[in-house]
Design a protein around this ligand. Structure first.
Ligand code: HEC
Ligand code: HEC
Ligand code: HEC
Ligand code: HEC
Ligand code: HEC
Length: 458
């Protein structure tokens, strides 16, 4: 009877909560947890209790039936009743299971119900992959990928419940949780697509009183397919690059192998000072999209770049004296919690102007307040004190200025055994530098690119 009560209760609660959830009215992530996880658990516990109850009370049940005048008919009716109820419960139960499994793959469940995912959820809200579900990159297609993800998920849930999960959470490359690019990225992006040479304009502001603006203009030799370039060299037809990584974050690469099955060329490179057995002593990985684009979905910014972007996009007024230098210093300060930062950052900026530029503090109060809010928002998107995620915790491998990135291999020290060939560090192979930290570069004028259209770094 307890079982029947639980099943009925869960069934009705579910029926009432379901429509609002389907129509997407429920923003609270914990309602999802209730409807798709807690209620189904109660439902199935109830269902399991029914046969247990009948088994435990089987003598009593039989006695009850003995007293009935038309015993056979009563048994038949009881059988029919249980048969229909079981069928109904199987239908409801399969719906519940299907919906709860489906729900556990949503961005809401992964990113919000599970609070330890907050940094990744926050970064995921920014372009370009905000519409791509977490599971598209973190769960391999097919039954075995699904099963593996659920097993890993169960372990992670236990770690969260018992508070034993690492802080910061290891990056997906670091603990080998990332699904291959063929199963993820390449569902939407063709490996051999020819991209050519897109222009990259990087706008920066100096730490002087006028926040003087400079631009770097790079023409990225992305290429693609059989045309070579950055994509073609690593991902072109027949190309397979494998590397050994000495550390879990894969930042120290002692051994690299280039193989082209179309041309039958194989070259093996060893870093200066690396032991000859590096390929067997350390784990070996095949190079894929995420080895360069590791922050495609969750890009945490460097503090100075984030402030540069905010100035370029007008969230911070570019004519507030020393706003770049002061802004970066303020957001690089450690705050105990995000709430604390949200309060202290705007007031720190205001007090800087009140002390150093009292006139301005009054006249430009609104601009200073907006700049303070923008700084607080940058902090909130990149620093998560409770999870020990701070500036530089998760580095971006796409480049070589903020982290080793490309230079993990292209550092001029990786050479073949005869020392004749090295993995090149020639700047022009990767990008033509059309301007380097220049004020109003000529090239942008030539190309007719207005200042307002440049500089939002992704
Ligand atoms: C476009 C693909 C993609 C999507 C979509 C995506 N991720 Fe990731 N995620 C990655 C890659 C690539 C890494 C590995 C980063 C690294 O190792 O440096 C990663 C790493 C992580 C990590 C490990 C910690 C870290 O920051 O490295 C967590 C946790 C994570 N993702 C959670 C999520 C959640 C939650 C969502 C949905 C809100 C999501 N991911 C959506 C590609 C994706
Ligand atoms: C479900 C489809 C989907 C998956 C899976 C996916 N992407 Fe994308 N990606 C997109 C779309 C759509 C865009 C274009 C967004 C836009 O132009 O605003 C994009 C844009 C990009 C860009 C260009 C960003 C820019 O600044 O222009 C890169 C780089 C990228 N994806 C890499 C990856 C990598 C690496 C993976 C695998 C870890 C991946 N994507 C997985 C759909 C996807
Ligand atoms: C060797 C490193 C490397 C690998 C491997 C790599 N990329 Fe890229 N990719 C780059 C670089 C560098 C750029 C140019 C970035 C820029 O403009 O800032 C780029 C640009 C892109 C762009 C944006 C092109 C545009 O329109 O501006 C997309 C999309 C992309 N890559 C997807 C992928 C996918 C998908 C894979 C895997 C099949 C992949 N990349 C593998 C380094 C790499
Ligand atoms: C894991 C090691 C590794 C990393 C990291 C790496 N590369 Fe490479 N790269 C190679 C190898 C190996 C080759 C092929 C060398 C050969 O032809 O034998 C190569 C070739 C190239 C070439 C063609 C060079 C030529 O001589 O034509 C370009 C361009 C290039 N890489 C760009 C990049 C960029 C950009 C990045 C960072 C986003 C990067 N690589 C990161 C290993 C790496
Ligand atoms: C193996 C490929 C590769 C080589 C070699 C290389 N670069 Fe780069 N470089 C990149 C990539 C990729 C980026 C990142 C572009 C982006 O922001 O997306 C970059 C970015 C830069 C930037 C912009 C930094 C910033 O502030 O964002 C500068 C400056 C630069 N490179 C200079 C050089 C110089 C000088 C050399 C020669 C010594 C060189 N690079 C060699 C791949 C390379």
């Amino acid at each position: 009877m307890v079982g029947v009560t639980l099943v009925t209760l869960a069934g009705f609660s579910w029926l009432f909560a379901m429509p609002a959830n389907i129509r997407g009215h429920v923003q609270n992530p914990y309602i999802g947890l209730l409807v798709f996880v807690a209620i189904p658990i109660v439902f199935f516990i109830g269902l399991a209790l029914v046969p247990v109850g009948i088994f435990l009370a089987k003598r009593k049940v039989r006695q009850e039936f003995e007293h009935l005048p038309d015993r056979q008919n009563a048994w038949r009716r009881a059988g029919l009743f249980f048969g229909i109820m079981t069928l109904a419960n199987i239908i409801i139960g399969s719906q519940l299971t299907y919906r709860s499994v489906e729900h556990m793959e949503t961005v809401q469940f992964c990113g919000q119900t599970c609070h330890v995912m907050k940094p990744e959820f926050t970064a995921h809200l920014l372009a370009p992959h905000q519409q791509v579900e977490c599971a598209a990159c973190h769960v391999a297609p097919g039954a075995s990928g699904w099963f593996k993800a659920k097993m890993a998920g169960t372990n992670q849930l236990i770690a969260v419940v018992f508070n034993t999960f690492p802080r910061p959470i290891e990056s997906a490359l670091e603990d080998n949780r990332l699904v291959s690019s063929a199963a993820t990225c390449e569902q939407c992006h063709a490996r051999n697509l020819f991209i050519g040479s897109p222009l990259k304009v990087i706008t920066k502001y100096n730490e002087d009183e006028t926040n003087s603006r400079t631009e770097t203009v790079l023409m990225m030799q992305v290429g693609g397919g059989r045309f070579g370039g950055i994509h073609g060299a690593h991902m072109g037809p027949g190309v397979q690059i494998r590397y050994a990584a000495q550390d879990k974050k894969r930042q120290t690469v002692p051994w690299v192998e280039y193989r082209n099955t179309d041309t039958n060329v194989t070259r093996t490179y060893l870093a200066d000072g690396a032991k000859a057995d590096a390929a067997t002593a350390f784990p070996v990985f095949e190079m894929q999209c995420a080895d360069c684009h590791n922050r495609a979905a969750h890009s945490f910014e460097a503090a100075d770049r984030a402030v540069d972007d905010a100035i370029t996009t007008g969230r911070i007024a570019s004519d507030l004296p020393f706003v770049k230098k002061t802004g970066v210093a303020i957001i690089k300060t450690a705050y105990a919690t995000n709430d604390d930062a949200g309060r202290k950052i705007p007031s720190a900026l205001m007090s800087f102007y009140q002390q150093k530029y009292p006139d301005l503090a009054g006249k430009r109060a609104a601009d200073i307040q907006n700049a303070g809010k923008a700084l607080a928002s940058i902090y909130e998107h990149n620093v998560f004190p409770d999870l020990k995620v701070s500036w530089g915790t998760y580095q971006n491998n796409l480049g070589h200025t903020d982290a080793p990135g490309c230079f993990r291999c292209h550092d001029g020290s990786h050479s073949t055994a005869d020392k004749k060939t090295t993995i090149s560090q020639d700047c022009t192979l990767c990008h033509q530098s059309l301007a380097m930290d220049e004020k109003s570069p000529e090239i942008l004028k030539t190309l007719g690119i207005a200042e307002t259209l440049t500089g939002v770094r992704q």
